[in-house]
Ligand binder design. Structure first.
Ligand SMILES: Cc1ncc(COP(=O)(O)O)c(C=O)c1O
Length: 360
């Protein structure tokens, strides 16, 4: 069989990180810089960590092409905490928040928002099993609190090609495609992304918001849930998740060195090769609408359940792990985040071809 002595982790999150990032993180666990102690034990208000925080915030702005009109926060609580914090902070009495329902994460965000005020779902692709993106209306009533979108639907393998231009604050969940390609981040009033896909380990969530959003906050909130307080306290209102933020900084440095344009070109090539093989291979097919296919999460099916199960085992035996589709949808899902190389994808395609030969 195909020789491989490495394991390729195609998980959708927590996902594979660049090997050099993992190496540097491991060294920092033993000792951080000249601190004489592990990164796991440095003080979250001390100089070492404040430097990490500052560099990471500057790098985020640089990579996103944003100026000082934006604030960068590192928070905890993952994507779901943002599903709650966004309406708590920005959906005031008498207003409506608009949502696009493009998948389970989007509909979970909707369910959270409904706890805090009026919500209108402008469009949904639920009736198409989320295998295509819903339309985004171009005109939206201007007194809307905001419009919320999910840019990449991790479970279904659909992705917005470009952010829309709308005249209400645009809020985007970019958890599974941030830093994967050039994006016009300046269209957003707020965007957020969990670390555990394209940035680092679980435990930190990146939130970037335009400063003018802060004046819209009217509710009395516990400080930990209040964006104004989090900005005032520079993300160290409570004990910050030092290690996930540090690993995210290492990944941001890696992204900067590689360059977003190169990353996008690689991601495009990786996805094109894999979708082409899914189409060619007699044992697989992809139900996701062509124009909406994700570069990050390639979701496809075997021609029947037996083939899917056999292939998951075959891939595992050949070093390709975590390719089972999300439990809501089944099938197969191969996540091609930035740390997955073109060689990894070519190897996976060779495994698919070998599997096909073995079944005929
Ligand atoms: C697009 C998207 N949003 C939100 C989440 C939820 O993140 P968490 O598990 O940190 O709440 C996920 C998780 O995979 C996701 O893919």
């Amino acid at each position: 069989m195909i020789a491989s002595n490495k394991i390729i982790n195609f998980n959708a999150g927590p996902a594979a990180l660049p090997q050099e990032v993992v190496q540097q993180a491991a060294e920092a666990v033993l000792q951080y810089a000249d601190s004489g102690t592990s990164i796991l034990s440095i003080h979250h208000r001390g100089k070492y960590f404040l430097d990490i925080l500052e560099e990471s915030k500057q790098l985020v702005k640089e990579l996103c092409g944003l100026n000082d009109d934006y604030e960068v926060l590192w928070l905890q609580g993952g994507g779901r905490m943002q599903f709650a914090m966004i309406p708590m902070n920005f959906l005031n009495e008498g207003q409506t928040a608009y949502y696009i329902d493009s998948g389970s994460w989007a509909s979970d965000a909707i369910a959270h928002a409904q706890l805090y005020g009026n919500v209108q779902v402008l469009s949904s692709s639920k009736d198409h099993n989320y295998q295509q993106l819903p339309e985004i209306p171009s005109t939206i009533t201007s007194n809307a609190a905001y419009l919320h979108l999910t840019s990449n639907n991790t479970i279904y393998g659909t992705q917005l090609q470009e952010l829309p231009t709308v005249d209400v604050p645009l809020v985007v969940d970019m958890s599974s495609d941030i830093f994967s390609k050039r994006i016009d981040y300046s269209k957003c009033s707020l965007f957020y992304a969990v670390a555990q896909k394209n940035m680092g380990p679980a435990g930190a969530t990146l939130v970037v918001l335009r400063k003018d959003m802060l004046s819209r906050i009217k509710r009395q909130l516990a400080p930990i849930l209040d964006f104004k307080k989090q900005v005032e306290k520079n993300s160290v209102l409570n004990t910050a998740p030092v290690f996930p933020i540090y690993v995210s900084l290492l990944t941001l440095r890696w992204i900067k060195e590689k360059g977003i344009e190169q990353i996008e070109a690689d991601n495009r090539q990786k996805a094109d090769l894999l979708y082409a093989e899914v189409q060619r291979n007699t044992l697989f097919n992809c139900q996701v609408e062509d124009k909406d296919r994700s570069m990050m999460n390639v979701c496809f099916n075997g021609i029947d359940k037996t083939i899917e199960e056999a292939f998951i085992n075959f891939a595992q035996e050949n070093g390709c792990t975590n390719i089972k589709g999300h439990r809501y949808v089944g099938g197969l899902r191969v996540s091609l985040y930035n740390a997955i190389s073109l060689e990894d994808v070519k190897y996976f395609i060779a495994v698919m071809q070998e599997f096909e030969l073995s079944r005929h």
